[in-house]
Design a protein around this ligand. Structure first.
Ligand SMILES: NC(=O)C1=CN([C@@H]2O[C@H](COP(=O)(O)OP(=O)(O)OC[C@H]3O[C@@H](n4cnc5c(N)ncnc54)[C@H](OP(=O)(O)O)[C@@H]3O)[C@@H](O)[C@H]2O)C=CC1
Ligand SMILES: O=C(O)C1=N[C@H](C(=O)O)C[C@H](O)C1
Length: 246
């Protein structure tokens, strides 16, 4: 069997360097090149699958470059909006043989945390999200918190829940950001990697769902599964839920 040829955008970054190691250790795939912002992308033109862990400002241009060359992609870079996803869908339609995975979080624990939050959402009128990350992170709220809030909001709406109860009339920013009606609070602290709590409340009880990535190794099984997935599944796959059977 021929090995899947993998290239990495953001190869020297915190995630990119882990991807190089994980792909090197995974059977059936091999690294053929990588580039960072100041390096020519041509070093990875010979790849079949390109993994992108770069920067919200860089990822769309990388996607255009890869899809115009019919290269499959596994994308972990965050900062995706509906407009950005619409452009990725458009590109996938223009290149129907190409597979693309876009996932805000490749860790199995985080994917389960989002699923549990979605399951709990209809049963709790109150819900807020706290995401905690290392201080070098460019985007807030995190992609994971944004996705969680969107899924929780959709589950609440489907269950007929109204707005989250909140009497605040004077807010100098302490109530955080709001995604689809859900308050999201971002903490940036040295010593952290990637962590999230979903706090839910109803009469007389609360439920806290917490996930911690203490090491970026936590994202690697999901990335490797994504690489195997895109070579066999053309089109856009959002999140790794379907890939890992959730
Ligand atoms: N989906 C998931 O599971 C996860 C997603 N992420 C996301 O991945 C992204 C990267 O995170 P992280 O590795 O921590 O960040 P780092 O800053 O450590 O790494 C980013 C790397 O990308 C490089 N880079 C920037 N622009 C380009 C470009 N145009 N082409 C190629 N390389 C480029 C940077 O180079 P230079 O330093 O020279 O600027 C750097 O080496 C973030 O958006 C983060 O949110 C992170 C963890 C998990
Ligand atoms: O920047 C990070 O580190 C992470 N980014 C992703 C996000 O924005 O959700 C995934 C994880 O939280 C780590």
């Amino acid at each position: 069997m021929t090995e899947i040829r993998v290239g990495v955008f953001g190869v020297s970054g915190k995630m990119g360097s882990q991807v190089v190691r994980a792909v090197g250790e995974a059977p059936g795939m091999t690294i053929v090149g990588g580039s960072d912002i100041r390096e020519p992308r041509e070093t990875i033109a010979n790849a079949q699958v390109v993994v992108d862990f770069t920067h919200p400002d860089a990822v769309m241009d990388n996607i255009e470059w890869c899809l115009s060359r019919n290269l499959h992609m596994v994308i972990g870079t965050t900062g995706f909006t509906e407009e950005r996803l619409a452009r990725v869908r458009e590109l996938c339609e223009e290149h129907p043989q190409v597979g693309v995975v876009v996932a805000a979080n490749f860790s199995v624990g985080a994917v389960l945390m989002m699923k549990f939050a979605e399951l709990a959402a209809p049963h709790f009128p109150s819900v807020e999200i706290v995401e905690l990350h290392h201080p070098n992170k460019a985007d807030a709220p995190s992609g994971t918190a944004t996705t969680t809030a969107q899924r929780v909001a959709a589950a609440r709406a489907a269950a007929g829940l109204g707005p989250v109860p909140d009497a605040t009339v004077q807010d100098n920013g302490a109530r955080g950001g709001v995604v689809d009606g859900i308050h999201v609070h971002g903490i940036r602290l040295q010593g952290l990697v990637a962590h999230q709590e979903v706090l839910l409340g109803t009469a007389g009880e609360t439920l806290t769902i917490r996930h911690d990535s203490f090491d970026r190794a936590s994202f690697m099984p999901g990335v490797v599964a994504g690489i195997r997935h895109v070579v066999r599944n053309p089109g856009l796959t959002l999140g790794i839920e379907s890939i890992i059977g959730l």
